[in-house]
Every structure is written in structure tokens, then in C-alpha cells.
Ligand binder design. Sequence first.
Ligand code: NDP
Length: 276
Amino acid sequence: MKTIWFGDREVPVLGQGTWYMGEKPQKRAAEIAALRRGVELGLTVIDTAEMYGSGRSESLVGEAIRGIREQIYLVSKVLPSNASAEGVVRSCEASLRRLGTDALDLYLLHWRGRYALADTLAGFERLREQGKIRDWGVSNFDVDDMEELLALPSGGACVANQVLYNPENRGIEFDLLPWCQQQRIGVMAYSPVGQGGELLQSAALRKVAQKHGVTPAQVALAWCLRQSLQAIPKAGSVAHVEENAAAAELKLDDDDLRTIDGAFAPPKKKMRLAML
Ligand code: NDP
């Protein structure tokens, strides 16, 4: 599988999301099996957050990665309401307990809130010194937020920005994506298959899927991965994760891209960063 760099760590371009996992007891076994199968297939980046199910997603991830922690690039996020210097440390320690691990590979500020960025960064830097996180980053930051961040004394240590990206939400192509690439900040694309909703019914995606003998979800993922970024689809079943992993091998040609552009026009001007 292709890789990209988050700081000095090389990571696969396909990872696994976990929003809504761990919420339904009857789905638990299938979700754990999906995550473990994903790891076997090389989707070793697992993304979670303290927000997801108020910690239930992290607990499920902790169970899924037991015994295979060293293979995983583990990402979690702090809520803006907990993102003071002390709050970040407390939240991270609680996440580590739920995840059953000593350290996160990457810790993100979920979105900007009321605390000054400098305050949050002080927490991140303390966690790095304590070895509780390897690296830190942000999520839902537009170019102006990123510029403000990088102007701070330790802002340059940011390794990734996790943002919404799929054919229906491609505003980042205009400015944020090239900006991050120029600054060597990794971009993580969330909701890459449009949360399994209307996007997968679109005539354009279905047409391209039919041509290649694949599914619309695989087309959506291959479309994201034509850019230099990482996509983190969430799959609650082994069948979906196997399908998603196979999308890493799918190459879309110029005709396919034109078909998708026809239905989902590329941005011609600055669009405010959309978020879920
Ligand atoms: P996704 O675009 O990953 O869509 C997930 C949905 O699509 C699920 O309902 C899933 O169903 C379905 N799906 C997955 N694979 C397939 C497939 N091959 N065929 C058909 N349906 C499929 O949306 P998410 O919002 O979950 O985004 C991915 C991850 O990004 C999140 O889980 C989370 O980790 C992160 N995220 C971060 C945000 C942030 O603010 N930083 C915001 C939103 C997401 P099923 O479960 O049945 O497999």
C-alpha cells in the first residue's frame, strides 16, 4: 500500500475510522473483527476520539488492538472543551486507560474551541515530554487556523490536520490541501465514503464503479487517494473493510475523474472548510 509521512512516521494511505463503534452491544464482535481484519490488510492507522460514544469507541478499539498494539498507528482526539493545558493531559490519560496502552502515536485537537491554541499546545508538549503521545496535530482547521497555529513557538511540531473530504465536500482542494502539502503537514480525510449515504447512490460514482467492476464506495476511496493524503473510512463489518482495503489498488483514469467532476464540481474559489 502507498504511504505518506506524518512527521517522521511513514503511514499507509488507508486507515480505519471508528465513529459510532462500540455503541451497540450486538455489533461489538463484528466491529472488533472488522478492525482486526483491517489491520491484517494493512489498514494499521486507527482513528478514535474521546467524544465517540463518550469513550465507548476507545474502549472497543482497546479491545480490538490487544496483543497487536505495536502494529498500530493509534490516533485519538481531545474535545475542545477539555483542551486547556491541564485538561489535555487529563483527557489523554483517560483515553490511554480506555485504549489499554501507554502512549498514542498521534493526538489531535478535535476542533477549535474556547481555549487559546497556545494553552492546548502546552498540554500537547507536556504529553510528548512524558512519552504519552508521540506526535500531535489538529482537526477541522482551515488555512487561517493553520497559519495562526504555525506562528506559535511550538506550532511547527504539528504533523497532521484531519478534515472532511469526499466528492461532495472538496473545498480543501482549492487551498488547504496544497497549503498543508507545502508545509509537510499530513492530511487525514474523514468521511471519505460520505458516511455511506447519498454519495454512494450517485449516478457518477455508480457509472465509474460499473466500468471497473467495483463498488461506489471503492470509487469514492480511490478518488480521495488520487491526492497525497490519508483516508480513514469506518467499516463495521469484515466485508466492508475488505472492500475498502481493495480500493487502495484501484486507479481512476482521466475519463473517470471527468465523470466525477461533472457531478461534483471542483472548487473554483475559496470555500469555508466544511465540517460534520
Ligand atoms: P465514512 O465516510 O467512513 O462512512 C462510514 C459509513 O459508511 C458507515 O455507515 C459504514 O457502514 C459505511 N461504509 C463503510 N465502508 C463501506 C463500503 N465499502 N460500502 C458501503 N458502505 C460502507 O464516515 P465517517 O463519518 O465514519 O468518517 C470516517 C472516520 O473519520 C470516522 O469514523 C472518524 O474516525 C473520523 N471522523 C472525524 C471527524 C472529525 O471531526 N475529526 C468527523 C467525522 C469522522 P458499516 O459501519 O455498516 O460498515
